[in-house]
Design a binder for this molecule. Structure first.
Ligand code: ADP
Ligand code: MG
Length: 523
């Protein structure tokens, strides 16, 4: 036997479970070190809580708490409690103990998408402290509160229920409380976490959020009871298909009905495809409308998918599956957190890229509590999630840096903050870290239009302020001479100078202040 034969025969083959994959590659989901992992844990829990409330029109009440278990060893306990819809009893173990298990695999805007987040936090807690996740949950009208402790069997990607008990839900509570004990560096993560909570409060002004950490307590009461209309579940757009999706959709349709024609299939399954559109497309693509979808060969499916992608006359994807904040709420959120002198916001009309609908929202805030900075302070959001890392490679930064701000009367350092929010059923993130958005041309264009419009409004505001300032300055300057002129007039006329002073003051006030800065030439 050669050495190679020996090595080969000793080689063992086996599969890798999703849990094991993410356990080994946790950094790609943001769990790279005790600083980042603590931040990411808070983020995953808070985002689940917000999804569990606002998607169901519940005004969110969220409490976040971080406390030391051991300061020397950097062991912390993170708990998040919400008043959401809770988790059905039979789903709890998988939701917390099985990677890629969730309720958000739908074409609809939500914070979570992959069914991964909470499991990453559970895995990280488990590997750093060995402790299970504690979950307490009750659905609305549920007579019981369920409490679980769960670990993950990493090699099998299955939950291990360590303990379970049930209690009477005497107070009619509904929601979810999750608690994790993990290695986390609070002192280094503190500023990021605080920033994250603040920005979350900005983008969800209808939420009440409280935060408690070692040495810090924050509370953001809701600024409004208005909540954006929750997104409905959308259908796929024909431009976004590939052969695999076609196969899945055909299998899905076949399971409920027999002998579906190609035309019926297109109309039934896809977004914005009516009879007329379906027929025009099929004619263009060279398929008869009456072909049964079962008869299509793999080659034909491949051809069909290609043609669906390439057809230029589909209607735009409908934005019903999106839930932007809207101008009014965005302004409220910005006022609440940044306390600026001036703020304006724009929600652009829906647009699309590659078959996915999206909406861009932009707000510009100026002055007040905003510090003067050398370049615009940027606050980025995607599907109502604050993005705090990788700003340098984000499309918003690129668009902002491409604008000549002096055109809008802005000279740096200036107290300028820009808020960008992209809503989509598929955010074009750069990489799996979900922190920076790629520069898709359609998104870039919408961002620029919105930015320039808000900047124009800011320019008008700045001009107005400048005019008022000039007027005040002129008023002060002219006032300085009133005494002298009054005395001179008194000498000439022999009348008391006080009389002239009073009269002159009245004239100046009338002409300069009330006359809006014009007309003082006639003095
Ligand atoms: P994702 O959020 O991407 O779906 P997660 O692993 O974070 O993935 O969560 C998995 C599922 O658990 C969610 O889809 C949701 O159904 C459920 N879930 C998690 N946290 C909560 C919560 N606080 N309230 C209600 N349901 C929750
Ligand atoms: Mg999640």
């Amino acid at each position: 036997m050669t050495i190679l034969d020996e090595l080969l025969s000793a080689e063992e083959f086996r599969g890798l479970s999703p849990a094991e994959f993410f356990y080994r590659n946790r950094e790609i989901a943001g769990f790279s070190n005790p600083v980042r992992a603590l931040y990411q844990t808070v983020r995953e829990l808070v985002e689940n809580s917000l999804d569990a409330t606002e998607l169901y029109r519940i005004l969110p009440d969220i409490h976040v708490r971080i406390s030391y278990v051991s300061r020397e060893k950097n062991i912390v306990k993170v708990s998040v409690r919400d008043n959401g819809i809770g988790i059905p009893l039979k789903e709890v173990p998988n939701v917390f103990g099985k990677v890629f298990y969730g309720s958000k695999y739908k074409l609809r805007q939500s914070r979570g998408v992959f069914g991964l987040g909470i499991k990453m936090a559970v895995l990280y807690a488990q590997m750093t402290t060995g402790s299970p996740v504690l979950v307490r949950t009750a659905s609305p009208k549920s007579k019981n509160v369920h409490e679980f402790q769960i670990l993950i069997d990493i090699t099998r990607n299955e939950p291990i229920v360590v303990s379970y008990k049930t209690m009477n839900n005497t107070r009619g509570w509904h929601g979810t409380h999750v608690e994790l004990t993990l290695e986390g560096n609070w002192s280094s993560a503190r500023s990021r976490i605080v920033e994250y909570i603040k920005r979350t409060a900005l983008i969800a002004p209808y939420a009440s959020i409280s935060f408690e950490g070692p040495g810090i307590e924050l509370s953001f009461p809701r600024a409004t009871k208005k909540i954006p209309v929750p997104p409905s579940v959308g259908k796929p757009h024909p431009r976004g298909v590939d052969i695999e999706l076609l196969k899945q959709l055909i299998a899905y349709v076949n399971s409920s009905n027999q002998a579906v024609t190609l035309e019926d299939f297109l109309v039934k399954v896809f977004d914005g495809v009516g009879r007329k559109t379906a027929r025009s497309f099929l004619k263009w693509a060279g398929y008869g409308p009456a072909i049964s979808i079962d008869e299509l060969s793999i080659e034909q499916l491949d051809d069909l998918a290609r043609k669906m992608k390439g057809y230029g006359k589909w209607r735009r994807p409908r934005p019903l599956s999106l839930s932007p904040l809207g101008e009014e709420l965005l302004v409220k959120g910005v006022r609440k957190i940044l306390k600026p002198e001036f703020v304006t916001a724009i929600t652009r009309k829906p647009s699309s890229y590659g078959g996915y609908p999206f909406v861009v929202e932009v707000a510009i805030a100026w002055g007040g509590d905003i510090p003067s900075v050398d370049r615009p302070l940027l606050l980025r959001f995607a599907n109502k999630i604050p993005l705090l890392y990788d700003e340098g490679v984000d499309v918003s930064r690129k668009v902002i840096d491409g604008i000549d701000w002096s055109v809008y009367k802005i000279k740096f350092p200036a107290p300028l903050a820009i808020i960008t929010h992209l809503c989509s059923t598929k955010i074009p993130f750069k990489g799996v870290g979900k922190e920076a958005i790629a520069d898709v041309p359609e998104v870039e264009r919408e961002l620029e239009i919105a930015l320039r419009e808000t900047a124009r409004r800011l320019k008008r505001h700045i001009s107005r302020i400048e005019r008022q300032y000039e007027v005040k300055l002129r008023y002060i300057t002219i006032n300085k001479y009133i005494g002298e002129i009054a005395r001179a007039l008194s000498v000439i006329t022999g009348k008391e100078s006080k009389v002239f002073e009073k009269k002159l003051s009245e004239i100046v006030e009338q002409k300069v202040l009330k006359g809006g800065g014009r007309g003082n030439e006639s003095l």
